[in-house]
Design a binder for this molecule. Structure first.
Ligand code: ADP
Length: 369
């Protein structure tokens, strides 16, 4: 397995418009990196450039210290796992996994040994002689992972590998892929539009929008410290509440204001970092729905509002509440015994606030001043 590194790689399909204006990214050896973003943000283009399926327009791609930018796919030793499995339905599990080795003319005994190893690793030995068309989607995807592994590639790329599976199989297979990736220390790139997949499987997530990297970090850092408003609203379900605000510091008492009639003390620990960029400027305060409390006994900021909608869930319910400072979505333990039109008090704690620049969208606590 190798490290994969993209250095200022660009891609234009028509010579004019840049699908990828310039991306620099590292997937360290043995790690899984997820490319995550909405449709059209450039995930597949990036994956295809790494695999050598699409030529890059500029920049360079390295596998360890080797520049592979001009190498064809076959010479890069990259294995792909696709969303539609791409197996031969009339062949057995064994023969599908053996296929990449047979076409290379590897001796039969060597093929047998390698395939057996992979069958064992993936728990497929009992069904090795079954035709793949008889298997469930989850089992078929395990076969296609086996076919990728048997080549002993330098890199495995997973292209939306769970998209065609039902939710039970999805959860099972994503655990299975994670286990394999960790135990076999596979350098892997995962392309997905599903944040749950990226969060549960990847060591690090590269969030993309319009061909541009927005943040590359661990799932928890991306969730707890989003680099900008795009990442803040893309990661997390229901999405983060975003409220227009501004900061003041009259008599050395920093406060965060929502409109002219509602304000709260700004945490002393964040003010030194916020002060220069936020004082008097238009900002956006982000608050995750799970950090808002319903009818709290005690809270630093209490807002009165009317329930606009109540969506019951399993463990938690989602309330949408109209307050004087805007509509706020709350996620709280079920059951919440409130219906549309009810009056409710919401509790907000500044320690959970995220502060963004309204103009640039950047996280004011992350930006270097
Ligand atoms: P994603 O995988 O995130 O949905 P893509 O990489 O497929 O995004 O697309 C990124 C951008 O490149 C989009 O604007 C898309 O229209 C464009 N694009 C992708 N493939 C081609 C192609 N073969 N020819 C022209 N434009 C393309």
């Amino acid at each position: 397995m190798k490290e994969v590194r993209l250095e200022n790689v660009t891609k234009s399909y028509d010579g004019i418009n840049l699908a990828i204006p310039g991306i620099s990214l590292v997937c360290p050896r043995g790690e899984m990196l997820a490319l995550l973003g909405p449709s059209g943000c450039g995930k597949s283009t990036t994956l295809k450039m790494i695999a050598g399926i699409e030529a890059i327009s500029d920049g360079a791609i390295f596998f360890d210290d080797m520049d592979v930018s001009d190498m064809d796919t076959a010479s890069r030793n990259v294995a792909m796992v696709f969303e539609d499995y791409a197996l031969y339905p009339h062949l057995s599990v064994f023969d599908n996994i053996a296929f990449p080795l047979s076409v290379r003319g590897m001796p039969r005994t060597d093929i047998g040994e390698r395939v057996e190893r992979v069958l064992k690793l993936l728990g497929l030995r009992d069904i090795s002689s079954e035709k793949v068309q008889q298997l469930s989607g989850g089992a078929q995807q395990r076969v296609s992972i086996g076919r990728a592994l048997v080549r002993e590639p330098d890199l495995i790329m997973f292209d939306e590998p769970l998209s065609h599976l039902d939710s039970d199989q999805k959860v099972q297979l994503r655990t299975e892929i994670k286990r394999l990736q960790q135990t076999s220390k596979l350098t892997s790139v995962l392309v997905t539009h599903d944040q749950n997949e990226a969060i549960s499987m990847a060591d690090r997530i590269a969030v993309m929008d319009k061909g541009v990297l927005q943040q590359v970090d661990t799932p928890s850092a991306i969730y707890n410290c989003p680099a900008n408003i795009f990442v803040a609203s893309f990661i997390g379900e229901p999405p983060m509440n975003l409220l227009d605000a501004f900061c003041s510091n009259v008599s050395a008492e920093p406060r965060t204001h929502f409109g002219t009639h509602c304000d709260v003390a700004t945490g002393e620990q964040v003010w030194p970092q916020l002060a220069r960029r936020a004082e008097g400027a238009a900002i956006v305060v982000g608050i995750r729905p799970e950090h808002v409390t319903v009818n709290p006994l005690q809270a630093t900021l209490v807002l009165s509002g009317q329930v606009h909608a109540h969506e019951p869930g399993g463990d938690s319910d989602v309330l949408t509440v109209d307050t004087p400072i805007g509509r706020i979505v709350v996620e709280a333990p079920a059951p919440i015994l409130l219906v549309e039109g009810d009056t409710v008090q919401l509790g907000l704690e500044p320690e959970y606030f995220h502060y963004f620049c309204k103009e640039t969208g950047g996280n004011l606590l992350l930006e270097t001043l």
